[in-house]
Design a binder for this molecule. Structure first.
Ligand SMILES: *[C@@H]1O[C@H](CO)[C@@H](O)[C@H](O)[C@H]1NC(C)=O
Ligand SMILES: *[C@@H]1O[C@H](CO)[C@@H](O)[C@H](O)[C@H]1NC(C)=O
Ligand SMILES: *[C@@H]1O[C@H](CO)[C@@H](O)[C@H](O)[C@H]1NC(C)=O
Length: 203
């Protein structure tokens, strides 16, 4: 025969239930607290995207031979802006290429550098095409654009970066790719100015 009313059990059960409920509430509060703390820290230090732009490009010494070999120099001003208040950046060597219609017409590099918080670093680059052989189709397009007084170029950068936050430095390098296009570039003989062009930054 079962005894439906056991006085001791009735006393113990609610107490145990209350204890479990208390533990659950404390655990939930703890989880929410830790979550909020992490979120706040993340929002404070979260690295914002670095902003790149091409501020100026002029083509000097343009010469396209009958055999479609290109000579030219490109005076280019590049800006890198680190908008972060807490994070500074270590850059590895930066590889630069200049493209016309998917054809690489010039290459260059920027030495490894360090960029502090909220800093704009400007680079004046002198790049060149030395006797670059162009496919006929590309050379034809280039000639047409030359008669319009400007050419549409693209500049791409490739590097690796590391972040520094206080005393902490990230050990791993992150790859970073930057693409600046379309750049409407005038020749040195032209009086037209260059329209500052923002770049896509990917890391
Ligand atoms: C940014 O950093 C570079 C290199 O340290 C420095 O030459 C330049 O003056 C800084 N620019 C600003 C706006 O702080
Ligand atoms: C352009 O770059 C060349 C080197 O390629 C340099 O000699 C010249 O002074 C530069 N011109 C300007 C206006 O910056
Ligand atoms: C083009 O560049 C090459 C390599 O620098 C040079 O040998 C050649 O003389 C240049 N041609 C012209 C027409 O300037």
């Amino acid at each position: 025969m079962a005894t439906p009313n056991n006085p001791t059990q009735n006393l113990v059960r609610p107490t145990r239930f209350k204890l479990v409920r208390l533990i659950v509430i404390v655990l939930l509060a703890l989880i929410i607290f830790v979550g909020l703390t992490v979120l706040i820290i993340w929002l404070t230090i979260k690295p914002k995207k670095i902003v790149y732009s091409i501020d100026d490009v002029v083509i000097h010494n343009y010469y396209l031979s009958n055999a479609n070999h290109l000579n030219a120099t490109y005076n280019l001003t590049l800006s890198a802006y680190n908008p972060n208040k807490k994070v500074s950046i270590y850059y590895d060597k930066v590889d630069i290429i200049v493209l016309y219609d998917d054809e690489t017409i010039s290459r260059g590099t920027i030495d490894a550098f360090y960029q502090s918080k909220i800093n704009t670093t400007r680079f004046k680059l002198n790049l060149a095409s030395h006797d670059v052989a162009l496919p006929d189709r590309i050379a034809r397009d280039l000639k047409v654009e030359r008669t319009l007084g400007r050419v549409e170029l693209r500049v791409k950068l490739k590097t690796r970066i590391r972040f520094k936050l206080g005393m902490w430095k990230s050990r791993q390098y992150d790859h970073m790719k930057v693409s600046c296009a379309p750049l409407m570039v005038h020749f040195s003989s032209s009086s037209k100015g260059f329209q500052r062009t923002m770049c896509d930054v990917d890391f």
